[in-house]
Write a protein that binds this ligand. Structure first.
Ligand code: ZN
Length: 151
């Protein structure tokens, strides 16, 4: 079922579930020496910490926002490919302690460092010339050429 209220446009980027999330909310409490009592409403925004109770994925809420426009997927495999990439990204985040916002540009930069040290660039160029990368459309990155984290 598509969410149309509190979780509209929200989905776990790691496991894809969109039924429930834990979101750190800001509330105001009336506090006395005997304890506290919530007063008024509570709120959160895209910078609030969020947690998927299904897979344990943690990130800022903005990382859970669905991307609406996806590139063509004639083989209907891009969902699987994205899940494989999420596994790699999550492993990278676990090893480096990087948050999701910085993990992708840092991982891409580190892959280039890895390629430099493992002579993989010549293999990439050979595969590119052989048309290997044409089999699946690639989404263009909005900030192409920009690296995060100074890596
Ligand atoms: Zn999840």
């Amino acid at each position: 079922m598509t969410n149309s209220n509190c979780l509209e446009g929200i989905r776990c980027p790691q496991c894809g579930q969109e039924d429930r999330l834990k979101i750190a909310a800001l509330i105001t409490c009336l506090v006395t020496d005997n304890g506290s009592e919530p007063v008024g409403d509570h709120e959160w925004d895209d910078h609030s910490d969020a947690h998927c109770p299904e897979c344990g994925f943690d990130a800022k809420l903005k990382c859970f926002r669905k991307r609406n426009r996806l590139p063509p997927d004639p083989e209907n495999m891009n969902g699987n490919r994205a899940e494989w990439a999420a596994v790699a990204l999550r492993a990278f985040m676990d090893v480096t302690g990087t948050d999701l916002e910085d993990a992708l540009p840092d991982l891409l930069a580190d892959l280039i460092h890895w390629a430099d040290r493992n002579r993989a660039v010549s293999n990439l160029n050979r595969n590119r010339k052989a048309g290997f990368f044409r089999r699946k459309p690639r989404r263009e990155f909005g900030n192409r050429g920009t690296r995060g984290g100074g890596r």
